[in-house]
Design a protein around this ligand. Structure first.
Ligand code: HEC
Length: 527
């Protein structure tokens, strides 16, 4: 596995003051799916292949399929690239520049002259939407339409439809992702002018709405710290991610969870008073789900109907770029580095809530190798993911079978039966979130082999479970470990730490789902 990775020489060249990425991929004859499998872990039954790589998109921020069926990539600097898969082999062999911005991430004293010579520029471009065969881009303080005046297939003119939005007064916060609603209006998320207050501008920390020509600008919903991307479901319900504060000080003593919110007109989502779920008595809207702190939730898309199994449909996929909060990075704490899925179902009161499950993460053994910045669902029903630093684009499809796991050379590692995808989703949901009266397993068990937690890492458990107790199968050993942790204590750990209540708190089906999930965790790679 390792040698495949080495073939990708990722050369990070820090340019003042931005970062530019050049990725070089050596030619080889392995099918792209083998390379992808070494880089990206997806749930059983899914397959990841590489859709594009070796490209330098600068720092990509958004991907979207255009009306021509091609995938477009927007860079932070403001260039737009068109990826073409002419031979239909699910690999984009041609990349065209649909709008060239010079790819200058920052205007500096050194490049100011170069910038002046460009016909039209975008700056800090983080929103992209196609609507009625037109393309719209959200860049610092503006939303514009890109126009191809001479019909040569390249956009040459930036036609602003709204300007003067709150932008970059605080770190990377600007007007972010854009989407058109069923009402034909254009919606945009705008970040706050501070980490956690105070507010300075009536149009910050909000979702704004306007007519497609920029007229009628109004606040649609407020109290969102940095709603980075937003998406409408086919029913017309709007969802947005929200990045919560990352700086701790006298007024905020912790790094709060990030959020996925169901956005309703006129609602207040609590910023800068409330982060995460509102305390009793506070009238602000509760999130659909809370993510871990500082996962840096970026691009989102809604998966409606398609070839994915039911457990992975009718919900949003969220690209979580990974922890950026200094207080966490400095202590080697990181969350995110994954694409997660939140199933969305409305309850009788018309509210949404859902627990997230992980969908895609790094397979290299180093979580931070994978920094997804955006996802989009293709016309083919596949999920496309773009990785920030390598500009690599993955295409994830469902093969329709969760194959039984074969027995390994060790006689003790029995084969595992095939399971339907919803069982694994249930297992992962319980593992990460727990249930009523059942603490989440993830609070003590890591999956990445890190030995510094209360319970042993469960990565590669299947290799060990069948040989822990002579004569006891892996499935039975795990069942017993959950129901009666003290029966067999793993050396070096204190068995009394593990709650002894799972037998009462979990149904038999839940227990089976948990066992199926933990026994299918990637087998530890000895080599
Ligand atoms: C409060 C901490 C804590 C929580 C929560 C917890 N565990 Fe544990 N777990 C431990 C400790 C400590 C051990 C090691 C001692 C032992 O073997 O009993 C352990 C052992 C295990 C083992 C045996 C691992 C091996 O390598 O043999 C399994 C399997 C396991 N836990 C599964 C779970 C599952 C599934 C959940 C959630 C339903 C869970 N645990 C929740 C602390 C915890």
């Amino acid at each position: 596995m390792r040698e495949h990775l080495i073939r990708y020489a990722l050369l990070l060249i820090a340019l003042l003051p931005g970062i530019r990425v050049i990725s070089v991929s050596a030619q080889d004859n392995l099918p792209a799916s083998h390379e992808a499998a070494a880089l990206l872990r997806v749930p059983p039954g899914f397959e990841a292949t590489i859709y594009a790589e070796g490209q330098n998109f600068g720092l990509p921020t958004q991907i979207a399929f255009g009306p021509d069926g091609n995938l477009y990539v927007l860079s932070l600097a403001g260039s737009l690239y068109r990826l073409i898969d002419a031979d239909g082999d699910d690999y984009a062999e041609t990349v065209e520049t649909a709008f060239w911005d010079g790819d200058l991430n920052y205007i500096t004293e050194q490049n100011v002259e170069q910038v002046a010579q460009l016909p039209d520029q975008l700056y800090h471009a983080v929103g992209l939407a196609f609507h009625d065969d037109q393309v719209f881009v959200s860049d610092s303080g503006r939303i514009s339409q890109l126009i191809d005046t001479n019909d040569d297939g390249t956009y040459d003119t930036v036609k602003p439809i709204v300007t003067g939005l709150v932008s970059l007064q605080y770190e990377g916060h600007s007007n972010n992702g854009i989407a058109f609603g069923p009402d034909g209006k254009l919606y945009v998320g705008v970040g706050a002018t501070s980490d956690h207050g105070p507010l300075h501008d009536p149009l910050e920390a909000a979702i704004l709405r306007m007519n497609p020509d920029g007229s009628g600008l109004e606040v649609f919903a407020s109290g969102l710290r940095n709603p980075y991307d937003l998406v409408f479901t086919p029913e017309g319900d709007l969802f947005a991610t929200d990045n919560n504060p990352t700086e701790i000080d006298r007024t905020l003593r912790f790094v709060p969870p990030e959020e996925l919110n169901f956005i309703e007109q006129g609602q207040d989502y609590g910023f800068p008073r409330v982060f995460g779920s509102p305390p009793p008595g506070d009238a602000s809207a509760a999130p659909v789900t809370e993510f871990y702190p500082s996962v840096t939730s970026a691009g989102i898309d809604y998966y409606d109907d398609g070839p994915f199994p039911a457990a992975w449909r009718e919900g949003v996929y969220v690209a979580q770029w990974g922890t950026g909060a200094d207080v966490m990075v400095n202590r080697n704490l990181g969350f995110g580095f994954a694409v997660v899925f939140v199933p969305l179902a409305k309850d009788a009161q018309g509210r949404y809530h859902g627990d997230f499950v992980e969908f895609a993460s790094s397979a290299t053994g180093r979580a931070a190798d994978f920094r997804p910045i955006d996802v989009t669902i293709g016309p083919d029903g596949a999920l496309y993911i773009i990785e920030f630093f390598s500009s690599r684009i993955f295409r994830v499809t469902y093969s329709g079978v969760i194959a039984p796991v074969e027995a390994t050379a060790e006689a003790s590692a029995e084969p595992l039966p095939a399971v339907p995808p919803e069982v694994l989703v249930r297992g992962q949901t319980l593992f990460n979130n727990g249930a009523r009266n059942a603490p989440a397993c993830v609070s003590c068990h890591r999956l990445d082999g890190d030995p510094n937690s209360l319970g042993p890492s469960l990565r590669g458990l299947r290799d060990r479970a069948g040989s822990r107790v002579p004569g006891m199968s892996a499935v039975e050993y795990v069942r017993l470990s959950i129901l009666n942790p003290q029966a067999y204590a793993v050396e070096g750990y204190n068995a009394s730490y593990m709650p002894q209540i799972y037998g009462q708190a979990l149904s038999d089906d839940d227990l089976d789902a948990l066992i199926a999930f933990v026994l299918r965790l990637e087998v530890e790679n000895a080599g």
